[in-house]
Design a protein around this ligand. Structure first.
Ligand SMILES: C[S@@+](CC[C@H](N)C(=O)[O-])C[C@H]1O[C@@H](n2cnc3c(N)ncnc32)[C@H](O)[C@@H]1O
Length: 244
């Protein structure tokens, strides 16, 4: 299975903003005040959407005091979350992302209680969230991370995560790049053996939603809301739930 952690350190070193939102506007060479403003404004809109969805679909009284953003990148969502909670923790595998996120938070939200970690810290959070992250982590690793995230959710807290679950055939090439041998029996494609794919990629992986939902249930998150999203052929689900 591909070492996506190493990919992310390289992305963070080379193109941290484009790696978060893959539009040419966010290549380092193109960044300016206006493009950065739209970058961070997109985070405000994402968090407003989540807050609204949680309050209308999952828990009307949602008023978290602490939040954890998993895969926090350059702080796009951490900054937006800081407007809603007293304490935000960002977690990212790539140290250069954390360094950039710290610079952004110091400049854009001075005085807020925002901290960053390379790994998921101990402690409990009222809100655990992750956007555009788990899809890039192989499920063999991602399901373990999901279990750890769920274990950090406070009773009464809400978890809002995105999972990709299937794709149109146009997006198969990415999977084939990692395959040495495949078998196709007319109904099912299996990777028999994998290999190191191209040097730097933004790999995408599809999750078995039964495996995902059973982890939520095991953690006492039985009240769940799902929404399907088509990211241009990568089909994803928001899974938002509250721990009882
Ligand atoms: C596409 S970016 C999204 C960043 C942020 N969630 C946002 O929407 O602004 C994915 C981020 O997840 C981080 N990441 C990838 N794998 C990770 C892992 N296993 N643990 C923690 N962070 C990870 C990457 O370093 C990168 O910063």
């Amino acid at each position: 299975v591909r070492n996506t952690d190493a990919d992310w350190v390289k992305w963070a070193e080379q193109e941290p903003y484009f790696a978060v939102l893959s539009s040419p506007t966010f290549y380092t060479a193109n960044l300016n005040e206006a493009s950065l403003e739209s970058f961070f404004q997109s985070g405000v809109l994402d968090i407003e959407y989540l807050m609204h969805t949680i309050r209308t679909r999952v828990f009307p009284g949602f008023a978290p005091r602490s939040a954890l953003d998993f895969g926090s990148g350059v702080g796009r969502l951490v900054l937006a979350m800081a407007a809603h909670v007293e304490r935000v923790v960002g977690v990212d595998i790539a140290p250069p992302m954390i360094a950039e996120a710290k610079r952004n938070c110091a400049a854009r939200a001075p005085g807020h209680d925002i901290s960053f970690y390379n790994e998921i810290p101990e402690g409990e959070f009222d809100w655990i969230s992750s956007v555009l992250v788990i899809q890039h982590i192989p499920p063999a690793i991602g399901l373990g991370i999901l279990q750890t995230l769920l274990s950090r959710l406070a009773v009464g807290g809400v978890i809002s995560l995105q999972f990709t679950a299937y794709r149109t055939p146009a997006h198969l090439q990415g999977a084939f790049d990692e395959a040495r041998y495949v078998r196709f029996d007319g109904a099912r494609l299996d990777v028999l053996d994998d290999q190191e794919g191209p040097e730097l990629r933004m790999a995408m992986f599809d999750y078995d939603m039964t495996a995902v939902l059973s982890k939520y249930a095991d953690a006492g998150v039985n009240d769940m809301w799902l929404r399907h999203v088509d990211h241009g052929g990568h089909h994803a689900f928001w899974v938002i739930g509250r721990k009882e």
